[in-house]
Write a protein that binds this ligand. Structure first.
Ligand code: HEC
Ligand code: HEC
Ligand code: HEC
Ligand code: HEC
Ligand code: HEC
Ligand code: HEC
Ligand code: HEC
Length: 396
């Protein structure tokens, strides 16, 4: 008994000494002593049966003060080869049923977050949303995951974000994380837009990410999706992740990379002139019944536009009329793609909705040489079936 206790004490002492030694090493390595003293591991990376060397699994060798680049993560979250090296060196023990998934492979896909491509831009202390107009854009693993506290099912635990009223708090919703770089950032690329301005609940319409949607009766919605939640099993709010993420259903979750343009989970044909199919608009048909859209249950001319005409110019993409995020201008997510939609003969490019229950509104615009809603509109393409629904009065 006594010997056993003594042994216990010795091993306790030993581990305390080890911890102290490591602590000193870490203190030494980072001049921010206070930070190091406070730095405790919690969450997945604190599990010493999976990560026996604790801090040293990431802070080791020349890189003891790691920079925040992906290298210190891809050792375990990258290729099988790299992972085997970590296992051989005793930094990782295979525990649990499933092996770690390969994030590096996702990041190498054609549409990705530029984790691999951008080097040396992230700083431990940086202001996000970015305040400097010409600052280089970046996204590192540690911008989205805090390795010291990250938990399973809480992948961005510990990340601080900007809340309403400039209050800085911990990110709890996924969109708050995304807004760190896709909302007010002073350095948004020219072809990119402020996502909060698209999703905010004061817009006439928006996909229900920040809050429930405006339209209580969206006829095409598939179960369990509804406009307004009334029963526990209904879903009235969606997330960025419902549309953005890996194209591989069995791959790692998260917006690391995809083979589909827009870093989307499913295919979405955004150009006009293609025939309608389940695959071409797979993203929308994930939640909206294809048969409802094609049966014109809401917009009486959905099928005509989406399918195009037999022997005609092919179909019009949902993207030509709808914005997948929201519309600061119109109901029903109407935002015209101005690459193909222009002003009509009267110089107008407008959508007039007639209210949710009316199921009719009107368009004043010109699309593929077809004039809608101008005084005495005629089709310059000469296809009478295309002009008929809009005709002179332009009402559908
Ligand atoms: C899973 C990998 C990982 C583990 C395990 C880990 N760290 Fe870190 N640590 C990092 C990364 C990456 C950074 C850089 C963060 C950045 O640049 O934003 C960092 C930064 C730090 C910093 C600098 C200040 C800060 O908050 O960014 C301190 C101090 C620190 N770690 C201490 C520790 C200690 C002590 C342990 C063990 C108890 C530990 N770390 C375990 C990855 C890890
Ligand atoms: C020594 C190996 C190792 C290193 C290095 C490492 N991780 Fe991990 N990571 C793990 C293990 C083990 C888990 C838990 C996986 C599980 O339980 O399925 C994990 C889990 C995670 C998760 C949560 C996954 C989930 O299931 O929700 C994230 C996010 C993550 N790590 C990010 C990082 C980041 C960022 C870095 C680099 C700063 C990093 N990891 C470095 C081993 C490592
Ligand atoms: C730390 C900054 C940062 C955060 C946080 C961030 N992103 Fe990004 N994202 C970028 C950068 C940088 C790009 C490259 C293009 C650019 O500069 O906007 C990008 C690109 C994208 C793209 C376009 C990819 C393509 O190939 O077309 C999508 C979609 C995207 N991000 C979605 C998200 C979502 C969803 C979230 C939240 C889960 C998120 N982002 C969080 C920095 C970030
Ligand atoms: C209903 C599906 C859907 C949801 C939900 C969604 N997106 Fe998108 N997103 C798209 C589609 C489709 C595109 C490509 C077409 C486009 O650019 O509008 C896109 C493009 C993007 C882009 C690249 C274009 C740009 O402006 O930089 C970013 C960034 C982005 N989304 C961020 C987000 C963020 C952040 C969220 C959550 C707050 C989100 N998305 C939610 C469907 C969605
Ligand atoms: C993850 C599920 C999901 C996906 C994917 C999705 N939607 Fe939706 N959509 C919804 C929900 C939920 C609503 C109900 C919002 C409301 O009540 O206003 C909705 C509503 C709409 C509305 C009606 C908005 C209004 O105010 O009348 C349109 C238009 C729409 N979606 C188009 C699209 C298009 C186009 C795509 C593909 C790019 C798409 N949706 C993909 C879930 C989804
Ligand atoms: C732009 C933000 C962003 C960046 C950059 C990013 N991640 Fe993620 N990651 C996410 C989000 C969001 C999720 C959770 C998605 C979900 O739960 O649907 C996630 C999930 C994960 C998971 C859990 C996967 C699973 O299937 O459970 C791991 C592990 C992970 N990330 C590691 C990394 C590593 C390692 C890096 C850098 C090489 C990285 N991430 C870069 C946003 C990001
Ligand atoms: C030519 C323009 C146009 C195209 C192309 C178009 N829509 Fe619409 N859509 C509309 C208009 C206008 C409404 C509003 C109808 C009303 O007044 O209620 C609408 C309404 C909707 C709604 C809300 C009501 C409902 O049916 O649930 C959804 C969802 C929708 N569209 C999805 C799609 C999808 C998915 C595609 C592509 C496959 C598509 N739309 C293509 C113009 C278009």
């Amino acid at each position: 008994m006594k010997i056993f206790k003594l042994f216990n004490n010795i091993s306790w002492l030993l581990s305390v000494t080890l911890c102290l030694a490591l602590g000193v090493a870490v203190l030494f390595a980072f001049s921010g002593e206070a930070a190091a003293k406070q730095k405790k591991l919690t969450g997945v990376h604190a599990n010493t049966s999976a990560m026996p060397t604790s801090c040293r699994a990431c802070h080791r060798g020349m890189a003891i003060a790691v920079s925040g680049e992906e290298d210190s993560c891809l050792t375990c979250h990258g290729s099988v080869y790299a992972r085997d090296q970590m296992i051989r060196r005793g930094h990782l023990k295979p525990v649990g049923s499933a092996p770690l998934l390969d994030i590096e492979n996702e990041l190498k896909k054609p549409y990705n977050h530029p984790v691999l491509a951008v080097k040396g831009v992230h700083r431990k202390i940086e202001a996000l949303p970015e305040e400097v107009v010409n600052a280089a854009r970046h996204s590192e693993c540690v911008d989205c995951h805090d390795p010291h506290v990250v938990e399973k099912e809480r992948p961005f635990r510990g990340i601080k974000g900007k809340r309403v009223g400039n209050f800085i708090g911990e990110v709890s919703e996924e969109y708050e994380l995304c807004y760190l770089c896709h909302s007010e950032s002073a350095n948004l690329p020219a072809n990119s837009t402020d996502k909060h301005l698209e999703f905010k609940t004061t817009n006439p319409s928006y996909h229900p990410v920040e809050g429930e949607g405006k339209n209580t009766f969206v006829i095409s919605l598939k179960k369990p999706y509804v406009g307004q939640k009334q029963k526990p099993n209904q879903v009235s709010q969606i997330s960025c992740r419902d549309c953005h993420g890996s194209d591989d259903l069995d791959g790692p979750k998260g917006p690391h990379g995809s083979n589909y343009p827009g870093l989307l989970v499913l295919n979405y044909q955004m150009d006009d002139g293609y025939s309608e199919s389940e695959q071409n608009y797979a993203l929308c048909y994930k939640c909206h019944e294809r048969s409802s859209i094609l049966a014109n249950e809401s917009f009486p001319y959905h099928a005509l536009h989406v399918q195009g005409q037999v022997g005609g110019q092919g179909g019009t993409s949902c993207f030509t009329c709808h914005d997948a995020h929201g519309s600061p201008q119109y109901p029903h997510l109407i935002k015209f793609n101005t690459d193909v939609v222009f002003e009509n003969l009267d110089g107008k490019l407008e959508y007039d909705a007639a209210g949710y229950s009316a199921r009719h509104g009107s368009c004043m615009l010109n699309c593929h040489d077809v004039d809608h809603g101008s005084q005495g509109a005629t089709s310059t393409s000469g296809t009478s079936t295309t002009t008929a629904p809009f005709g002179v009065e332009g009402v559908y």
